[in-house]
Design a protein around this ligand. Structure first.
Ligand code: NAD
Ligand code: WQD
Length: 342
């Protein structure tokens, strides 16, 4: 069975390619490398000892995407490709709507032309906006506070319309909480461009000496220690969730949505402590004002995925931090590596 992975050179996509190959699927990656490097795919091959096919194609280029479907016999698609920086989406809304929405529309059109109706879509916990209570269930009200979040919300609606129009579609929408960590080998991991927006790569870059100090965005939230609480999930657990979704889609027609989270909330201070333990260094930090748009607490009710996908997260916060640190200390400059350790 052949899985097309859009955005397969990215952070979550590359880890998912490893799990798919290890499970025995054939993998075809489509990525325009706007936020990734081809090197990651060589590492995926090294980790798994298996080949995969790569096409440097932009999803908005229908002719090139059609060519991929003509050459490869695709059975199902895992659709990661998209722009994901919340702040950037506020300053470049058209870029985000065009890339994320148009790219997905073209992908679905081409899939239909080739009779491929199975898709797993990367949604996000961002679609819950500021939830009234935690833990968050899939049936909670949805809202978005920025263009990035709105692309996810709109795409979920588009997928529902598509399913209504043609019941041949089988769609699994996965709402990820906060993916962190890296593959156990330390060969692949998160490689953000410029100064990281997200906390985990920021901390690892402080630990490795690339950044001086972490700003903690607010210590006066209504949470146990005053800092923001999130559901950090190991990227490998998240990737295994996609393999489960591909298994699910083959036996359960329809459209479904699942939270992929651990169900546990950890504060910024918990995370700092766990990272300090993993890298055996103090992480210097300074309390800063709250970041605009942030919420106090966000963590999943993950039982639906456990029941229906037969999936639950296995790796704890310590393991997430140890694995993230192994990757960051092996490759301080990410895939532009200055140290070959293979
Ligand atoms: P990433 O940026 O590392 O990976 C996305 C990949 O898609 C990149 O390799 C990029 O080059 C590619 N891409 C973007 N636009 C493309 C296009 N038009 N055509 C072809 N390739 C394109 O991001 P990630 O963290 O791996 O996230 C993957 C997906 O999961 C995204 O859709 C993101 O919105 C979603 N998501 C991520 C998080 C997170 O915190 N990382 C949380 C929730 C949801
Ligand atoms: C986590 C916590 C911050 C940076 C974002 C997107 C969301 C999803 C996942 C894609 C918060 C605090 C952060 C820093 C800090 N992505 N923080 N100092 O905001 O929960 O979610 O990524 O779908 O849509 O919004 O993740 O890692 O930015 O923040 O104190 O330098 O860390 O305030 O409490 P967030 P994050």
């Amino acid at each position: 069975m052949t899985i097309l992975v859009t955005g397969g050179a990215g952070y979550i996509g590359s880890h998912t390619c490893v799990e798919l190959l290890n499970t025995g699927y054939d993998v075809v990656v489509v990525d325009n490398l706007c936020n990734s490097k081809e090197e990651v795919l060589h590492r995926v091959k090294k980790i798994t000892g298996k080949e995969l096919k790569f096409y440097k194609v932009d999803l908005v280029n229908k002719a090139e995407l059609t060519e991929v479907f003509r050459k490869e016999k695709i059975d199902a698609v895992i659709h990661f490709a998209g722009l994901k920086a919340v702040g950037e989406s506020v300053s470049k809304p058209l870029e985000y709507y065009y890339n994320n929405i148009t790219g997905t529309l073209i992908l679905c059109e081409v899939m239909m032309e080739f009779g491929v109706y199975n898709i797993v879509f990367s949604s996000s916990a961002t679609v819950y906006g500021n939830p009234a209570t935690v833990p968050i269930r899939e049936d909670f009200p949805l809202s978005a506070t920025n263009p990035y979040g709105r692309t996810k919300l709109m795409l979920e609606e588009i997928f529902r319309d598509l399913y209504q129009s043609d019941r041949r579609w089988n769609i699994v929408m996965l709402r990820y909480f906060n993916p962190i960590g890296a593959h156990k080998t330390g060969l692949i991991g998160e490689d953000p461009k410029g100064i990281p927006n997200n906390i985990a790569p920021y901390i690892t870059q402080v630990a490795v000496g690339k950044l001086d100090i972490l700003g903690v965005f607010g210590d006066d939230y209504d949470t146990p220690d005053g800092s923001g609480v999130r559901d950090y999930i190991h990227v490998v657990d998240l990737s295994i969730g996609h393999v489960k979704a591909i298994e699910h889609i083959q036996h359960n027609p329809g459209i479904v949505v699942y939270n992929l989270g651990t169900g546990k909330g950890y504060s910024v201070f918990d995370l700092i402590k766990a990272f300090s333990k993993a890298c055996r260094k103090d992480i210097p930090y300074v309390i800063k004002p709250r970041r605009v748009g942030d919420i106090a607490a966000c963590y999943a009710e993950p039982s639906l995925a456990r029941k229906e996908l037969h999936w639950s997260a296995q790796r704890d916060l310590d393991e997430m931090c140890e694995d993230a640190w192994r990757w960051q200390s092996n490759y301080p400059n990410g895939y532009q590596n200055d140290k070959e350790i293979l």
